[in-house]
Ligand binder design. Structure first.
Ligand code: ARG
Length: 590
């Protein structure tokens, strides 16, 4: 808790008040952290849960209190007065329930409307973060796993950027390794003037990879040449370097198409980039006594893990782990990142666990969990098909991401035409809405699940306009925008001239949920869990519709029109920020 704290974060503001109360209530226990949480019951909006834990700490020490409820009572009585709080009560074994002041809530929402949603952004103690995501492998497939990494990583990067963290969005592409020998040799065979080879000539790089692999397996002479090619490439021989660069470039163009569709920005620093750093990093680790010989390889033993981390293979070559150690070293020392986040499938969890532990042994990273710089592995589960198996399309082994996005778009376009938009809207409007909805649906279907679980890819489900889908949410937002438009009022003017009022229960419920945006984003960002934000967004839309469909909360034409229009606008602003953080383009009419 420092000076620069998010003022929009209700939980944090309340925790400060309780902190002050605890200091007075139990002066001999200075290190008690206030435990404040949103209430689930109907006794209040937030509660402080310190009494019971405190009681067990102090009961043996001759305290004046007679049990947890008395501790709770004292915590309540010692709370500094604050305009935030309307009333407090103690329940059960000392829970202190807080009812927020309606006026304060209304004022806070109005303030956000005037000063902007950025005032509700989290403020993590991080200056610069690396988010290592997407990271497909050159010439191999860019599969749905990479799509997940791309979508999840982009959202995490957006949440951090919103929190004013400088984010280095890194595409750690697999652009180095023994497969290049085979690819280069095959390129020379197919294209004597290999520099003429481009996307159109090669066509599908995946097919090219397969064909070269077949050749490699079938012909010992080719295999021999391919192995030599690796050596010549690594030795830096010009022709081999150029052929390698050519293959990478073709792959890069393919990846780029997917990123462009998804609106995801990434900066490539592939495995090859860290290659020159590997020898010195391994050398330093060896000097520290971390690297040992084991069965011809050089390895680092990690406490609690039964296999060692191989850092130099028995043939003297480097591997995935050597590269990741060098990359981590570079990110810490050259890029001076204080949070480094890796987004890959859960299958790589052990790999990262070992790399991080090796880095701790080497003293690159501090040992405590809450200290910086820190590293996090963001694992995710599989994408499954309808059959419950790994997602594949009928005829091909892997799903081409571009095809998938095409289908999402064309299906949502068809839905728009069916709704009669073909006559109403321009071709351009149809196209851009179909993209926003289609791509948004693919992203949201992924992000709404806890990332660690597998999820089933289903177009019908994700494009349904009912239920917890992007389509439903995007339409809900568009409807709110149309309410505001229909009112004929200048909302910018109302923000300053009108007042938010939370008189009705449904208005207050909506207001409370809006105010919880700040703490939810902070939780999503701290725990790297986009689904927390999705749940929030879906609930917001449900709570809004309860408010809007209640005849007692009529908006247009009622005496309370101004206040309610401002609530509509605040809902739209928060929804848009959620969409923005999830990488989804909002739509404004439907
Ligand atoms: N290229 C890897 C894969 O496709 C992912 C790389 C993740 N990042 C890293 N620093 N190892 O599985």
């Amino acid at each position: 808790t420092g000076e620069d704290e998010c003022v929009g974060n209700v939980k944090v503001q309340l925790a400060k008040l309780f902190e002050a109360s605890l200091k007075v209530t139990v002066p001999n226990e200075p290190d008690v952290e206030p435990l404040v949480a949103a209430c689930t019951g109907k006794f209040g909006d937030y509660q402080c849960n310190n009494a019971m834990g405190l009681w067990s700490k102090i009961k043996g020490k001759g305290t004046q209190f007679r049990g947890p409820p008395a501790v709770g009572e004292a915590i309540k009585n010692n709370l500094p007065t604050s305009e935030m709080i309307e009333s407090c009560s103690v329940a059960g074994p000392g829970f202190v329930n807080v009812v927020l002041s309606k006026n304060w809530m209304a004022k806070s929402i109005q303030k956000m409307l005037i000063e902007g949603i950025d005032t509700w952004a989290p403020m993590p103690p991080v200056k610069r973060a690396v988010v290592d995501f997407s990271s497909p492998n050159i010439a191999k497939e860019m599969h749905v796993g990479h799509l997940r990494s791309t979508i999840i990583g982009d959202t995490l990067a957006r949440m951090l950027e919103f929190s004013k963290v400088e984010v280095l969005r890194r595409n750690h592409v697999g652009d180095w390794g023994t497969q290049f020998g085979m690819l280069i040799e095959f390129l020379f065979e197919k294209f004597p003037n290999f520099e003429d080879a481009n996307e159109t000539a090669i066509g599908d790089l995946q097919a090219f990879y397969k064909a070269s692999k077949q050749r490699f397996d079938a012909d010992p002479a080719f295999k021999e040449k391919a192995q030599q090619a690796v050596v010549r490439l690594q030795g830096g021989e010009d022709k081999y370097r150029r052929a390698w660069a050519q293959i990478c470039e073709i792959s890069r163009n393919e990846f780029h198409k997917v990123y462009q569709r998804l609106g995801v920005h990434l900066e490539e620093k592939g495995e090859s980039f860290y290659n020159p750093y590997i020898p010195e990093v391994i050398e330093a680790l060896t000097k520290q006594g971390l690297v040992e010989e084991s069965q011809g390889a050089r390895v680092i033993f990690i406490e609690g893990v039964n296999i060692p981390l191989i850092v130099v293979k028995s043939d003297g070559g480097f591997n995935y782990a050597s590269t990741d150690l060098a990359a981590l070293w570079y990110r810490l020392n050259e890029e001076k990142a204080d949070w480094i986040i890796y987004v890959t499938d859960v299958g790589q969890q052990q790999h990262f666990d070992m790399v991080f532990k090796a880095a701790k042994r080497a003293g690159w990273l501090p040992h405590g969990d809450g200290s910086y710089p820190k590293t996090s592995h963001v694992g995710f589960g599989l994408v499954l098909g309808e059959d419950g198996k790994r997602f594949r399309t009928r005829n091909t082994e892997v799903v081409r991401l571009v095809d998938l996005l095409d289908e999402a778009k064309s299906r949502s376009k068809a839905a728009l035409i069916e709704r009669g938009k073909g006559e109403e809207w321009t071709e351009e409007e149809i196209e851009s809405t179909a993209e926003a909805v289609g791509y948004g649906a693919v992203k949201y279907a992924d992000l709404k699940n806890n990332r660690l679980t597998n999820y089933t890819f289903n177009f019908d489900q994700m494009l349904n306009d009912k239920g917890n889908t992007a389509v439903y949410l995007l339409y809900a937002h568009a409807r709110i925008c149309s309410i505001i438009r229909r009112s004929g009022k200048d909302i910018e003017e109302l923000k300053n001239k009108g007042t938010v009022v939370l008189g009705h229960k449904d208005e207050r419920d909506l207001g409370l949920h809006l105010l919880q945006f700040a703490e939810v984003v902070e939780e999503a960002c701290t725990n790297l869990l986009p689904n927390v934000l999705c749940d929030y967004l879906y609930n917001l839309s449900e709570i809004f519709s309860k408010f809007y469909s209640n005849p007692e909360c009529k908006v247009i034409g009622s005496d309370m029109e101004t206040g309610r229009l401002l609530l509509c606008e605040a809902t739209a602003v928060v929804m848009r920020k959620c969409f923005n953080l999830l990488g989804i383009t909002p739509i404004y009419k439907i």
